[in-house]
Write a protein that binds this ligand. Structure first.
Ligand code: PDD
Length: 276
């Protein structure tokens, strides 16, 4: 498979990564995960907008224009013959001897690749289980940075406890999951955390809220508590890799009647149409 590394498209084994890349030392970089349907990047503009926002906040100059990046991603899709899949793209601040301050001279390092990835049909149809856990991340969760250790730890703890995912909360206020956003339904009303500094502004979240509005489902973007989560009729996650996946158990108690509910199914159907 091919990797886009700096100015080249290289076979994976030809890519040489520097031990002095600040991505290793400090997690000093950003990333995006794009979805590919029918060989085309889904919601590319939203992902590039977020990439640019993150780069600006981290003061990492983007090494390529948006149009060059779009062209290269399409080339990766073609070279790796991806119909349904993902693209991972990351940019670090660059290569320099380990020292905390920004290096005086460092060029950002870009790396990206595309790979086939099937839609998670089983999980979307039958739902997943979740546990709740404290959100111990920093206060700029809106930035898509490489610093994912709290997410990794929380996800592994969920798996160790026999669940599929973790629903994070700050002192009882539900934020999001380890790699997806979370929404609940109560009495026909859809609720999700507002897109502020405490959550990643998910592209799928945005798409799903748009579909809800089209379907006439009332949406409230306000924080909600663990208690509201426990009393929800429906709960589900949204994300590039998970799409819209129902949560049917939380902390060993069923959500609603323990099966995917009508609103999540309605949204899934609308999403299917949006990507076809
Ligand atoms: N994760 N929240 C977090 C913490 C995430 O890492 C992600 C995405 C999302 C959903 O955002 P989007 O709909 O734009 O994918 C929410 C990616 C897929 C990952 O890290 O693998």
């Amino acid at each position: 498979s091919y990797i886009w590394y700096q100015n080249e498209l290289l076979p994976r084994q030809a890519v040489q990564i520097s031990p002095d890349d600040r991505g290793y030392y400090f997690g000093d970089g950003l990333y995006e995960v794009f979805r590919v349907y029918h060989g085309v990047v889904f919601e590319a503009a939203g992902h590039f907008d977020r990439l640019e926002r993150t780069a600006k906040a981290l003061r990492i100059p983007l090494p390529f224009s948006r149009s060059v990046m779009e062209e290269k991603l399409q080339e990766l899709i073609r070279l790796n013959d991806v119909q349904t899949g993902n693209i991972y793209l990351q940019i670090t601040r660059g290569i320099a001897a380990r020292s905390h301050p920004f290096p005086a001279y460092a060029e950002p390092v870009l790396m990206a690749y595309a790979y086939p990835y099937e839609r998670p049909l089983e999980a979307m149809r039958h739902g997943i289980s979740a546990v709740t856990g404290e959100d111990i991340r920093w206060l700029r969760c809106d930035l898509k940075t490489l610093n994912l250790l709290p997410n990794v730890m929380a996800k592994q703890e969920a798996l160790d406890r026999g669940a599929d995912e973790v629903i994070l909360h700050r002192s009882g206020t539900v934020t999001e999951c380890s790699a997806s956003n979370v929404m609940i339904v109560k009495n026909g009303i859809l609720r999700t955390h507002p897109a502020n500094h405490l959550i990643l502004h998910g592209i799928t979240r945005y798409v799903v809220l748009g579909l809800a509005r089209e379907l006439g489902i009332p949406v409230i973007e306000e924080p909600f508590t663990l208690e509201a989560l426990g009393q929800a009729d429906e709960a589900f996650v949204t994300g590039t890799t998970v799409e819209i996946t129902p949560i049917i158990r939380i902390d060993d108690r069923p959500v609603g009647n323990g099966a995917p509910g009508p609103i999540v199914q309605q949204l899934q159907t609308a999403f299917d149409t949006a990507i076809s």
